[in-house]
Design a protein. Structure first.
Length: 257
């Protein structure tokens, strides 16, 4: 999703932060200072400053009142609206999956006529989802000692290994999928799905292999073994808490989840 909003991961995170702010503000959203963005993203000030200048030059953002805000053309663009609707769709799928395993009570709404603008409830879900996404990325950096890209590649490999199960039978497995049932994924497939250069994926995948976080399955591709996931109990607990916080935010807004 970050790849849909911007070609660069950090630039996408900055734009996501401001989109979440805009969705939660009925009027014109106030400009956000670079120092505040750095604090929210837990990324060095100078790194954020350089990225902000790139966003201003590309006209995705504009400088205003000592900070930056989204350019109106970016907020209204077809690309941005498609990405926001995709976030809502994925959030609804996740909430429905949680209901299927008896965590929560959310029932997806029936199909409605397509619209370029989000309804009030959809905007609440998307804003909360953006905060969940950014909190998860911040946690991921911590899990991988500050190397966000390795964490993202690891997550993409892990998800691809079990996609054939999670996409067809939500909640059907009571335990971690055994290695025999995990399908290897190629580095090219990860590169395409993440919209990252192949060499970037190859470099981080090689690092994960050296660290024992994933392994090669011959010519078939990469697999995150079950043993690796069983050792990540703290990480799993953190992710579960993030999801519960997300659900609580929706409940506070008046939704039944």
């Amino acid at each position: 999703m970050i790849g849909q909003v911007h070609d660069d991961i950090l630039g996408g995170m900055i734009l996501m932060t401001m989109l979440g702010e805009a969705l939660g503000n009925a009027g014109a959203p106030a400009a956000i200072g670079i120092r505040e963005l750095a604090r929210r993203l837990d990324i060095p000030f100078e790194t954020v400053r350089r990225q902000v200048h790139k966003l201003v030059r590309s006209r995705a953002c504009r400088a205003e009142d000592g900070g930056i805000c989204l350019a109106p053309s970016f907020r209204r663009s077809t690309r941005t609206n498609a990405m926001l609707r995709k976030i809502h769709l994925e959030a609804v799928r996740m909430l429905d999956g949680l209901r299927r395993i008896r965590i929560g009570h959310y029932k997806p709404p029936g199909s409605s006529a397509t619209s370029r603008t989000l309804s009030k409830e959809q905007a609440v879900v998307v804003a909360a989802s953006i905060r969940l996404l950014l909190a998860a990325l911040k946690a991921l950096r911590g899990f991988f000692k500050g190397d966000l890209m390795s964490g993202l590649v690891f997550t993409a490999i892990r998800a691809a290994n079990t996609k054939h199960i999670t996409n067809t039978a939500p909640g059907a497995n009571k335990d971690l999928l055994p290695d025999a049932d995990r399908r290897p994924v190629s580095m090219m497939a990860i590169s395409n799905s993440m919209r990252l250069p192949y060499e970037t994926v190859r470099r981080h995948a090689a690092k994960l292999i050296r660290q024992g976080m994933c392994r090669r399955a011959g010519r078939d591709g990469l697999v995150v073994p079950t043993a690796t996931l069983r050792g990540m109990t703290f990480e799993a607990g953190t992710v579960v808490q993030l999801v519960f916080d997300f659900m609580q935010e929706l409940r506070t807004s008046g939704m039944r989840v």
